[in-house]
Each structure stands twice: as structure tokens, then as C-alpha cells.
Design a protein around this ligand. Structure first.
Ligand SMILES: [Cu+2]
Length: 576
């Protein structure tokens, strides 16, 4: 091979088809951020339509339709794709594929993931799934339009975009199954010497339980996706009821299927999926709070047990999404009870994080601001979920904007804030440089203000009974009139929120080359990724020397003899 060809091969092996968990983690992170941005733009266009129904969409209008207006069909497509993109292509790949891949092996002192090639396959299945989904926008019929839940019978009789959506989902699910097997094996097998279960950083625990959720919850949806594909393409009727009228005529279905079956299979995945979104975020926030409060995590053990219990419970609450399907009071009673129980471990974790701040000398760095912002936002998200978990109040609130407000508080100012915190926190690990603090603070304060401007009024609209799926934002509905003016407020907030992301993007790009150079442990952290590895870590193997662990994960301000030691890295021998 010539030298040049050799170089070229090295480039491809190293940056594109890499098997190094760090490169794969970055591939995930960058791809997910691009998808998130795209999903965000879809949201902006929908919000424009809600505030100014039927008016030409500025800037991108000519791309949407001849008239420049977001048509009802496109609105439905955007709604379905916004949800799908944000969850399956954005937040989860960033939280698990990005942060999990990059940080977890380093935190447990491992040279790489247990199966580096499966890791690479997992990224490429995700990439392919994402591209497939987005390509469906170019179909003559447009992208999927039956909501991110793809409920039959509507989804089975819907346009070709739905078929592509199902194929894309099958690829994405395959990706996360490959990933979760890898995470579980890595944590069980590759922990370095001395790193017992109760010495694991909380982030590792969060990722470990998340991997189990993905492994156990996704297969039912993968099966369901294939069944729906067969309903669409092979003339079966797993989800199509007999005697269904479409356009005034009875639809020929081969046998009596059940649309409810899909709901069960879908929500059996999608409720645990909520915790797939949240747990890694809690893990990130835990790391950052302990580090910046310079205190051990309060109640570390109870937090670990809570995470495990949460993971277990998340499998027996799914039908709280289905109170309106006529399930009967006994079933409803069971599911609302389990739903109330699952709030207990969440409250324990959130309280433990709050109490960890007690008596700490807090450093208000940008990652810490985002971590602290996460706590109340996630709190609002969780508390507003309770009325939805009770059948009687859910009957009023079901499918209103209240629901949209609730889960966006969990995911947008909640989880995404935690992901921002993580980016600012681990950036020096990846690049050896810090991101700019001033830009970071501008990013934080403007984001938290406008985030609330977007989502808080949704509770008001929802309580007033405005449906979540209205193309005209409620214009045609008498009962929506008193709360209609909030649409403009939310849309303006959303536009300002998008402007607030500019300092972040500028900061991210500039800091890669121009950020302040820092030592390998700039936050004075105790966990292995900072204490034992150089920043950036060695390309293969991560550590110049295999680390050994002597203590628990967060020994900050520990009394030793008569003095107080500021922090004890996990790999530092000696007594504390
Ligand atoms: Cu749920």
C-alpha cells in the first residue's frame, strides 16, 4: 500500500469506522445534536402556525408549500416527526450513545466497551435509521403523519411515509438493542480492580439500569413495528378491526384485529422509554452536583436502590396512558396505584440531590447552573404528571395541552438541561480545553427564562380544554377563545429560545480550538475519568496505566487525621 493510501485508510478507520468508544461516543453526540436542531426547527414552524394560523411561514415558507403556509397534512407530519426525532434520534442517542459511550468506560477504568465492533454497528444502525426517517420527507406523500405513537387504525391506512417510519424504527430499535447488550456486559465484566458495585459513580448506575430498560422494553415494540408493517404491506390485520369505515366504505380487513393491541405493545416500551430519557440525565446531574458542591452525594445507596426500583416499576405502569380506552375500574385502579408508587423513588432521588447541596461551598460554574436548573424544572415535570396518573383527573386532561406541557417539562428543560450540563462538564475531558463561562451563563439564563415561556402557558391552555392536536391552535373552538392569546406568547418565547442557543453553538465550535487550555482534572473531581486518565484520553486503552480503586466515588472534603482533605481521587491509596 502506498503511504497516501495508508493514511487514507487510517483516517477512515480512526474517525469514521472507528471501534474506539470515545470516537463512537462523539459520533453519536454530534449526529444527535444535528437531529435535535432539526427537530427543534420543525417545532418552530408548528408554533408559528399555532400563533398565526394560515399565515405564510417566514424564512422557510417557500420550502414548505407553494403558498408558503404550513398545510394541515404537513402540520401532522411535522408533529409526528418532531416527537420521533427529539426522542429516538436526539435525546436518547445523545444521553446514552453519546455520554454513555464516552464516559462510562472511562469511569469504570475500562480500556473500551466489551464489544467494540458491536458498538460501531450500533452507531451505524442508528445513523441509517435516522437518515431513513428524514428521507421520508422527500416522498411524494410526505413523512409519517399519525403522531409519534403511530396509532392504528389511522397509521395502517395512512400514507407511505408511515411504512418508512416503521422501517426506520426497526433500525433504531436494533441499534439500541446492540448498544444495551454492550453496556450491560461492560459494566459487569470490565470494572477495574477495586471498583465494587457500591463504589460505582452514580452516572454508571443510571446508565446500567437504562440499558436494562432498553433491552427489555424495546423488543415488544420491534415486534409490533413488524406486525404493523405486515398490516400495511402483506394484507394481515393484527391491528385493523373488522367493519372499519374509511371514506364511506367498509375497509377490507382479513380478520378482526385490535387497535388496542398496538397501544399495549407501544406503551409497554414507551413508558420505560420515559426513564431512558430521565435516568442518564439524573446520572449526569448527580456527578456535577457532587463535584460542584464539594460534598459526597447524600444518600448514595438510597439513590442507587431507587434507580433500580424505578427501573423495575417502569414496566408496570404503561396503561396509565390508556385510561380512556374503556379498561374498567379494577384495571385503572391497579395502574394508577403503580403510577403513584413510581413517583416515590423519583422523589427520593430528587430530594437526595437537593440535600447534597446542604452545607456545600457551591461553585456556580456553567455545568452546575444547568444541573441546578434541572432540579426545579424536572420537579415541575414530575409533579404535573400526578394528575395524569389518576384516572379521574386524566379523563379531563387527556390529549390536551396540559399533557404536552407536562412531558416537555420532563424532557426539554429537564433532560436537555442535564445534557447541556454534561456537555459543559465533560468538554475539557474530550478536548483538553474549557468552554467559555460567560457565554455559558448567557446560554443558561436566557434558556431557562424562555423555556418556561414556551411550556408554562401550556398548562393553562390544557386545563381550559384545548386539544393537543389542533392545526388552528383552537381558533374554531369556542371554549379555547379565552386562552388563545397564549399561543403568540409561546411562539415568541420559542423564537427567543432558539436565539438563546446561538451563544452555545458559537461557544462549542470556538472552544474546540480557542478554549482555555486546562489540566487533565480541571474540576478537581474524584472519579476515574478525571483522576486516572489524561485529557484527552489515550486513543486506544484510555489509561496510560491501569487504575486501581481504593474508595467510594465522591470523597470531597474528608477529614483526615486533624485536617480536612479537599478531595480524594478514587484511585488514591491511603485512608480517608
Ligand atoms: Cu407513562
Amino acid at each position: 500500500m502506498t503511504d497516501q493510501a495508508n493514511q487514507r485508510q487510517k483516517f477512515w478507520r480512526r474517525y469514521i469506522f472507528s471501534v474506539d468508544h470515545k470516537v463512537i461516543g462523539l459520533q453519536y453526540a454530534v449526529t444527535a445534536l444535528v437531529f435535535l436542531l432539526f427537530g427543534f426547527i420543525l417545532m418552530l414552524i408548528m408554533r408559528w402556525q399555532l400563533a398565526y394560523p394560515g399565515e405564510v411561514v417566514p424564512v422557510v415558507g417557500s420550502l414548505l408549500s407553494e403558498s408558503g403556509i404550513l398545510t394541515p397534512d404537513l402540520y401532522n407530519s411535522f408533529g409526528a416527526m418532531h416527537g420521533t426525532i427529539m426522542i429516538f434520534l436526539g435525546v436518547v442517542p445523545l444521553a446514552v450513545g453519546g455520554f454513555g459511550n464516552y464516559v462510562l468506560p472511562l469511569q469504570i477504568g475500562a480500556p473500551d466497551m466489551a464489544f467494540p465492533r458491536i458498538n460501531m454497528a450500533s452507531y451505524w444502525a442508528y445513523f441509517l435509521g435516522g437518515v431513513t426517517m428524514l428521507a421520508s420527507f422527500f416522498l411524494p406523500t410526505g413523512a409519517a403523519s399519525s403522531g409519534w405513537t403511530s396509532y392504528p387504525p389511522l397509521s395502517v391506512i395512512a400514507n407511505t411515509g408511515e411504512t418508512v417510519w416503521l422501517v426506520g424504527m426497526a433500525l433504531l430499535i436494533t441499534s439500541s438493542l446492540l448498544g444495551s447488550i454492550n453496556f450491560i456486559t461492560t459494566v459487569i465484566q470490565l470494572r477495574t480492580r477495586g471498583l465494587t458495585w457500591m463504589r460505582l459513580p452514580f452516572f454508571v448506575w443510571a446508565q446500567f439500569v437504562t440499558a436494562f430498560l432498553l433491552l427489555l422494553a424495546f423488543p415488544p415494540l420491534e415486534a409490533a413495528a413488524f406486525l404493523q408493517l405486515m398490516d400495511r404491506l402483506a394484507g394481515t390485520s393484527f391491528f385493523l378491526p373488522s367493519g372499519l369505515y374509511v371514506g364511506g366504505e367498509v375497509l377490507e380487513a382479513s380478520g378482526g384485529g385490535s387497535p388496542l393491541l398496538w397501544q399495549h405493545l407501544f406503551w409497554f416500551l414507551a413508558h420505560p422509554e420515559v426513564y431512558v430519557l430521565i435516568l442518564p440525565a439524573l446520572g449526569i446531574v448527580g456527578e456535577i452536583i457532587a463535584n460542584n458542591a464539594r460534598r459526597p452525594l447524600w444518600g448514595y445507596r438510597s439513590m442507587v436502590y431507587s434507580v433500580i426500583f424505578l427501573g423495575f416499576m417502569s414496566f408496570i405502569v404503561w396503561a396509565h396512558h390508556m385510561f380512556l380506552t374503556g379498561m374498567g375500574t379494577t384495571m385503572a385502579a391497579f395502574f394508577q396505584t403503580t403510577t403513584m408508587i413510581i413517583s416515590i423513588p423519583s422523589v427520593i432521588i430528587l430530594s437526595a440531590l437537593f440535600i447534597s447541596l446542604w452545607g456545600g461551598s457551591i461553585r456556580f460554574t456553567t455545568p452546575m447552573l444547568f444541573a441546578l436548573g434541572f432540579l426545579p424544572m424536572f420537579g415541575i415535570g414530575g409533579l404535573t404528571g400526578l394528575p395524569l396518573g389518576l384516572a379521574s383527573s386524566d379523563i379531563h386532561l387527556h390529549d390536551t395541552y396540559y399533557v404536552i406541557g407536562h412531558f416537555h417539562y420532563v424532557v426539554a428543560p429537564g433532560t436537555i438541561f442535564a445534557l447541556f450540563a454534561g456537555i459543559y462538564y465533560w468538554f475539557p475531558k474530550v478536548t483538553g480545553r474549557k468552554m467559555n463561562e460567560r457565554l455559558g451563563r448567557i446560554h443558561f439564563w436566557s434558556s431557562i427564562i424562555f423555556m418556561n415561556g414556551v411550556f408554562m402557558p401550556m398548562f393553562v391552555q390544557g386545563l381550559a380544554g384545548v386539544s393537543r392536536r389542533l392545526y388552528d391552535g383552537g381558533l374554531a373552538y369556542l371554549h379555547a377563545q379565552p386562552v388563545l392569546h397564549w399561543n403568540k406568547f409561546m411562539t415568541v418565547s420559542a423564537i427567543l429560545l432558539s436565539l438563546s442557543q446561538i451563544p452555545f453553538i458559537v461557544n462549542l465550535i470556538l472552544s474546540i480550538r480557542k478554549g482555555k487550555e486546562v489540566s487533565s482534572n480541571p474540576w478537581e473531581a474524584t472519579t476515574l475519568e478525571w483522576a486516572a486518565a489524561p485529557s484527552p484520553p489515550v486513543a486506544h486503552g484510555n489509561f496510560t496505566q491501569v487504575p486501581e480503586v481504593y474508595r467510594s466515588a465522591y470523597e470531597y472534603n474528608v477529614p483526615v487525621g486533624g485536617a480536612v482533605k479537599e478531595f480524594f481521587p478514587q484511585n488514591e491509596p491511603g485512608e480517608s
